[in-house]
Structures are given as C-alpha cells and as structure tokens.
Ligand binder design. Sequence first.
Ligand code: PMV
Length: 333
Amino acid sequence: MAKENGKATAVAHSNIALVKYWGKRNEALVLPWQSSLSVTLAPLEVKTTVAFGAPEDNIRLNGKEAKGSERARVIALADVVRKSKPQLGPLCVHSEGNFPASAGLASSAAAFAALALALREAAGLEEEVEATSLLARLGSGSACRSIQGGVCVWHRGEREDGADSFARQHFAAEHWPNLRMVAVILSREEKAVNSRDGMRNTVQTSPYYPAWVKAAEADIGPALEAIGARDIEKLGTLAERNAWRMHATSFAATPPLSYMKPATLAILLALEEERRKGTALWFTLDAGPNPVLLTEEAHLPKALAFAERFSPLEAVVCHPGGDARLLSEGHLF
Ligand code: PMV
C-alpha cells in the first residue's frame, strides 16, 4: 500500500454483537471472561488518517480537537506502537465517522479498528489481521471484531498476556447478504454509565455473573451453526436470549444497572406480538436504550413499520459489511 512519510488512512465498519462481550478478566489488557460474536455493520464506518513525525501529538475527532479521556485513549493506543519504535515521534490523527449525529450507535468499535490499522501501517508494520485485531482490542474490546468483515468471533483466549485474545472471521459478508440490522434510535442522551464502568460493576457485584459467562460461551457454537444455515429464527431467538441474559446480570448488580428505558422495554415486549403475526423480527441490545432489530431484506418494510410505531428519532438500516481497509488516497489531511 502506498505511503508517504509515515502517513496512512484506514476505514473500518462498526459491528453489533449477537453474543455480547460483557466483563473483563483483565482491565489493563482488555481481556474478556467469555468469547463474543458479531456482525460487521455497513454502511456505518469511520475513516482515520495517522501520520507520525508531527511537532506534537494532535488528535482531531469529527472535526474537533479531542480532549480528556478521548484523547488519552487514542494516545495510549499510539504508545503501544511507539514503545517498540520510539523513533516514530509525535503523531497527528484525524478521524471522521459517517454515523448519524449522536445516534447512540457505538462508534468506538469502528474508530479503534480504523485507528489500529492506520497506526500499524503508518509505523511501517506488516498488514496482519491478527496483530491488528490485538491492537484494536486494547483501544476498545469490541473493536477487535471490526478488523474483518462479515461474522467475527472474539475468542476469549487463555493466556495471561492476551496474545491469544483476538477476533477471527467465520463467515464473509457475502455469506448472508440479505441479513439486515435496523438500529432503532429511541434516545440520543448520553448514557449515565459507560460500558467500561457498567461491566466492571457487574463483574464485581452481580451474583449472576458466573452464570452469564457460562451461558454466553455456550452460545457461540449454536450461533455459528444458525449463521451457517442462514437460519434467522434460530439466530434471532439466540441473540435475543443472549441480550436478555446480559442485561439480567446488570439488573442484579449493586447498585442495579438498567440500560433499558421504558420505551426500550415497550418495543422489546411488542416484538413478541409482531412475531405472532408472522414477521421475522428479533432484537439485540447493547449497553444503551436503543435496540437493534434483526431481520432479512424481505421483512424490512414490516420491520420499519413496526419501528415507526414507537416514534423513533431515526431507524438506521445496516447490512453485513466487509473488512477494514487501507486507502492510498483520500487522506483526511
Ligand atoms: O467495546 P466496549 O468496551 O465498548 O464494550 C462493548 C460492550 C457491548 O457493546 C455491550 C457488547 C459487545 O460485545 O459489543
């Protein structure tokens, strides 16, 4: 890939977990207690340009200078690369997402995946899926599942240094092109407890946490089977149950933690009724109030009409996306 003066640009999609990652066994290394599985979300993507050799570290995210913890997380990831190559010096990072403004969609997975790929390229390191996934994981756990497209599994790994904890693609996007994920935006408020703090609290205080770990790990095999067979009913049923269980562990924490709002619960319960009418529609829910509906292209009009009943601010239709990639032109600076 063409590079000029240690500059590189990468693009990565977001992803939605159908078997969630919820809880770290090692906070500093971002090592999970259980494996997780996700689908890469196109057309949601983040583009990031990185160049070493700047006068000082300069980080701009969506047109604004990054401050506080946002800036610190980007610099911490750059430091992982700079540790082995101190001659790289200060860096300039510009990053832009095409996500609907504050849609409540997790952009950190796409952002850290694009950053990891661009950082390695700008540092002159080999383009290597495994190493890029490992680096992205240190920025945000879910980001390790956005290096490859389609369906990826983040295998929890066993090693204490985390060298075997990275994501691998199990199905390319082309395997199930008519799979649809519809993000139903019910609220744009910033959540009171971020996923990092929420999972820490759950791991430390929820009596249900060990049961969650066991149940989630056991969901990976059947989820892969359902995807292999393109069985939306089997996959949807499993994804819903997995999301209920993740949220149940958090309800049982001290203090109790609910990412659901009344409007979230209303839509989740109404889904059962909708299915009785024959619509192939299921949900998953991350650490926030906005559900993501799971369906197939043929049922999309019904899925959107269903979402409409709950007066969402927006419904964003996604399909399985491809790998994170380097661009040889179109740098952000
Ligand atoms: O990657 P993080 O630290 O933002 O955590 C993501 C956690 C969930 O989105 C709730 C689940 C997942 O697997 O993506």
